[in-house]
Design a protein around this ligand. Structure first.
Ligand SMILES: Nc1ncnc2c1ncn2[C@@H]1O[C@H](COP(=O)(O)OP(=O)(O)OP(=O)(O)O)[C@@H](O)[C@H]1O
Ligand SMILES: [Mg+2]
Length: 460
């Protein structure tokens, strides 16, 4: 990957179009300078031609055209141009001036001066032709005055005007680039400051990066960073808790396991050894359950951020999980029933987490219901919510304990080795991930037993 600098890129994006404009501007400036110089030269030529024309007179039918010095003084400069003039009588014969001077391509119309480009002795000249009425005995006829000059002063004027404009433009572009660099450096400094704040961020005492002082363009980035930090730090906390819980909770069963194994090894009779092996098997089973519940909890805790929800059919999900629980119901001698009026209930959720909810609640119910008891799972929908109820005929949970049972590792009967005390924690996290609520209460019919009500809001 190319490591492009933002500053270089922005400068290029600004500087290249600006530089591309320069040749265009240089062209137009040159044309401007030329037309100004043309105008100056044409005016001088016209003025000179008029001064000469005014002096033309016819005395006794002899036309005279003295060239007044003023007519030529106009062209005086440090580096004078070659001036060429000629005066023609109405018949086109030369009265005075250069015979090989430039001639207009067509005779001028009326008395207006006519400017044209021509050649004189191999050099380009600019010239004017002016018709002048000459009064004589034969009547009034037009003579012609032609004045031309070489282009030296004209060209010098063009380059002077042009160079000055060019210099101004180059200075302007340079100034624009310097200002752009300055502005960019100042602007990018805010990005650097944001980076410094990210680097200096203390996860123990995090403050949000997206604050009022940030410019609008940086705020989305800062907000995204803040969100990412919250997510990552949440994930890290979950992982840490998982490792700590696992290490702590597995220590005791591992010690027991070790003892059981040692006992088994020390037993001489195969029957006693088998008994110890059975104990080992039970311990391993319990540990297996613990690890699985810890993993479920970690997964549920990550919630909706990391998990992708998908449209599913709640009835089908429930039926699948309850089928898995049928052997347990059979083993416990408990009647497990599923009641729902819907054949299908569309819901957007996370299938695994929804499965955990059902399995944990129904497992608890099956474990606590007495032999011959019953567990009823009910699924209803309406009022913008889906309700899942699990009822059993067990001892129920005293009101004072109904909040605590959701805490990790909290069990009412500590002597019962089968549970880990994590099931309801998993359930609570999985329900939170679906924005749902859970409530424990007594059975509606007044019989002994627990009634668990789960409610998921569904958007219409
Ligand atoms: N249906 C129920 N009837 C009576 N007590 C219950 C019922 N469900 C849960 N409890 C009590 O709440 C405690 C916490 O339940 P939870 O499901 O969190 O853990 P567990 O069942 O002990 O362990 P795990 O579910 O991980 O195997 C249980 O130990 C039990 O004492
Ligand atoms: Mg449980």
């Amino acid at each position: 990957m190319r490591r492009a600098s933002l500053r270089t890129e922005l400068l290029l994006r600004l500087g290249v179009p600006l530089a591309a404009l320069v040749p265009f501007n240089v062209g137009t400036t040159y044309l401007d300078a030329r037309s100004t110089a043309d105008l100056v030269q044409d005016r001088t030529l016209t003025a000179s031609a008029r001064v000469i024309a005014e002096r033309i007179q016819s005395i006794d039918d002899v036309i005279e055209a003295p060239i007044p010095p003023a007519a030529l003084e106009m062209f005086v400069s440090d580096e004078p141009d070659r001036v060429v003039y000629r005066v023609l009588d109405p018949d086109g014969d030369l009265i005075t001036g250069y015979a090989d001077g430039p001639m207009p391509p067509t005779p001028p119309k009326g008395l207006a001066p006519m400017h044209f480009d021509g050649m004189f002795q191999g050099r380009p000249v600019r010239a004017v032709a002016l018709a002048q009425p000459i009064v004589s005995a034969a009547g009034t006829r037009n003579g012609l005055v032609v004045v031309g000059s070489t282009l030296r002063n004209h060209d010098r004027l063009v380059s002077e005007l042009w160079l000055k404009a060019l210099r101004d433009q180059v200075l302007l572009v340079a100034a624009a680039c310097v200002l752009a660099v300055y502005g960019l450096t100042r602007g990018l400094a805010r990005l650097t400051r944001l980076r410094d704040r990210v680097l200096a961020r203390d996860p123990e005492r995090p403050d949000r990066l997206a604050d009022e002082a940030l410019p609008n363009e940086l705020r989305p980035l800062a907000t995204a960073l803040d969100d990412a930090f919250v997510r990552i730090e949440g994930d890290v906390a979950i992982q840490r808790r998982f490792v700590a819980n696992a290490a702590h909770q597995l220590r005791t069963p591992l010690t027991i396991l070790k003892t059981q194994a040692n006992v088994g090894l020390a037993e001489a009779s195969p029957e006693a050894a088998r008994e110890a092996l059975r104990a080992v098997d039970r311990s391993v089973g319990a540990m297996n359950r613990l690890v699985n519940q810890l993993l479920s909890l970690a997964r549920a805790e990550r919630g909706t951020d990391a998990l992708r929800k998908a449209p599913l059919d709640l009835v089908a999900v429930l039926r699948g999980r309850l089928d898995d629980l049928a052997p347990l119901a059979l083993e416990r001698g408990v009647d497990l029933a599923f009641e729902t009026e819907a054949t299908a209930l569309p819901f957007v959720g996370h299938e695994t987490l929804l499965g955990e909810i059902v399995v944990n609640l129904v497992e608890n119910a099956l474990r606590h219901a007495p032999e011959g008891g019953e567990v009823v799972v009910r699924l209803t929908s309406g009022d913008g919510a889906i309700e899942l109820t699990v009822e059993d005929t067990g001892p129920g949970i005293p009101e004072a304990e109904r909040e605590q049972v959701f805490e990790r590792f909290h069990r009412l009967d500590r002597s019962d080795p089968s549970g880990t005390g994590l099931g309801l924690s998993v359930v609570r996290e999985a329900i939170a991930a679906h924005d749902g609520t859970i409530a424990l209460g007594p059975r509606a019919d007044g019989r002994s037993g627990l009634r668990v009500m789960v409610r998921f809001p569904v958007s219409a």
